[in-house]
Design a protein around this ligand. Structure first.
Ligand code: FES
Length: 162
């Protein structure tokens, strides 16, 4: 169960969490938290004994990363969504609102893309020609035609064998 990262009367906003607590509260493996930190999606400070400590607001970041993963959103896109949210200080309500608007736009773009693919796939299942020249799914907007003549996909494969 992922916690929201909101403060409650029993949690001071400046409370620091160990990586074990972060893992337990978010349900995310310690190794994944290390990885997210390497990507600057989350950040920690160190104790004199060199142990990681995370501010409470990192719980919200980890929760959003978890939701994004479930939606199939790549971590690179999560990085973009977090770009304007302060990493090392507690983000303001406005910081999260801005990220939320950006997130919403991205999700709408994805939904439109999936709906377009769904329409094209439905048409192609009925058609079945799978023409490299005409099929919108295999060659959207004749993108391969702009790369030159001949079998572009085969050439890509051959080039990658070099
Ligand atoms: S299979 Fe015919 S247009 Fe895609």
């Amino acid at each position: 169960m992922v916690e929201s990262g909101e403060t409650s009367p029993s949690h001071a906003p400046d409370e620091l969490l160990s990586i074990g607590e972060m893992s337990r509260r978010t349900g995310v493996a310690v190794s994944a938290l290390h990885f997210y930190e390497k990507l600057n999606l989350i950040a920690s400070t160190r104790t004199p004994g060199n142990q990681r400590r995370y501010p409470r607001h990192m719980l919200r970041r980890v929760s959003l990363i978890t939701v994004s993963k479930r939606l199939g959103i790549p971590l690179a896109d999560v990085q973009e969504a977090f770009a304007d949210v302060p990493l090392t200080e507690t983000p303001s309500h406005e910081d999260w609102q801005r990220a939320s608007r950006r997130w919403k736009r991205d999700l709408e773009r994805r939904r439109e893309g999936i709906e377009r693919l769904e329409r094209e796939l439905t048409g192609c299942i009925g058609c079945g020609c799978l023409s490299m020249k005409a099929c919108g799914l295999l060659n959207p907007d004749d993108a391969l035609g702009s790369q030159g003549s001949g079998p572009q996909r085969l050439q890509d494969l051959e080039d990658s064998d070099d």
